[in-house]
Design a protein around this ligand. Sequence first.
Ligand code: ADP
Ligand code: MN
Ligand code: MN
Ligand code: MN
Length: 345
Amino acid sequence: MPYRAMYIWIDGTEPTPMLRSKTNVIKDGEEPGIWGFDGSSTAQAPGHDSDVVLRPVKTVPDPIRGGDDILVLCECLTTDMEPHPTNTRAACVAAEEKYADFESWFGMEQEYTFIMMEDTSAYQIKGRPPGFPADGYPAPQGPYYCSVGANRAFGRPVADAHSQACIDAGLDIEGTNAEVMAGQWEYQIGPLPPVEVSDQLVIARWMMDRIAEDYGIEVTLHPKPMLGDWNGAGCHTNFSTKQMREGEDAYDAIIAACEALGANAAEHIANYGVDIEMRLTGAHETQRYDQFNYAVRDRGASIRIPWQVERDGKGYIEDRRPNSNCDPYTVTRLIVETVCGAASA
Ligand code: ADP
Ligand code: MN
Ligand code: MN
Ligand code: MN
């Protein structure tokens, strides 16, 4: 029987790219191969020279369609088979290869916010996150983080369907939780090498968008979906090298990583997602975008060293700055280049 391959790619939408996908029906016994699309419809090419090439880079079972159907994550190439300008994965692959000896691992905490497409109840209002009534606001932040209960946890059926889909697709999902803002949730992917964590995160983001479709819910990765006294949405990026994980000098390597990130803070902030200034205000468990610090246990720091890492003298650090809407290939590439580059110098 022929089966369906959902080809998934990152488009060229400014300022924050979106995911696109289309179905290729594959003949029995054949594998998904090179394909292409009309880049003039995805902000990736002009109309007179519109062809963009899709090259499969990772295939997983499609838990939404089921059966023999698959999801095929692709990178975009020009017709010369060179990385397309919107292809940030190629540079991540190069950085991972250059610094392979460091055995970098990443765990990414993807926060996201549901937005209702229709009014379905007094607290599920079109254009607002579930939990936000038409007029005014829900009770102030406090009860929503890791919550249970109809007046506190909003959107759980989607979050649960998504975590099961990630497991069924074979992704390294570690957990999920309701977040500090009502209608906001998180899942974590990792720890994995830079390209693999990024590939899995893109597939997980696609599945979240796709599953939420069936509930009439939009998923936004906007870093500050509700202005005012509401937490923004980030993508905390946990990072370690072999040097940081093992050995007598591991804690020195951890401090050196923090120092290197501090020395290159502006470049990281500029590439950690659009509208980062809206989120990194110094309030709501963030450090300001124009300041840098690292500290043990501190959720108001740019970089947090978890308490057990200080105790054990080894482990990983949490870069709290990346936005929910960040490009994981760019974030992981920059961290590898900055930290491993400094350690090699
Ligand atoms: P919190 O919400 O307290 O910041 P989470 O439990 O959501 O923490 O996320 C912790 C993250 O740390 C996970 O994504 C996990 O993969 C990651 N992690 C754990 N150990 C390592 C490691 N050695 N290197 C990189 N990431 C790690
Ligand atoms: Mn978390
Ligand atoms: Mn979180
Ligand atoms: Mn975190």
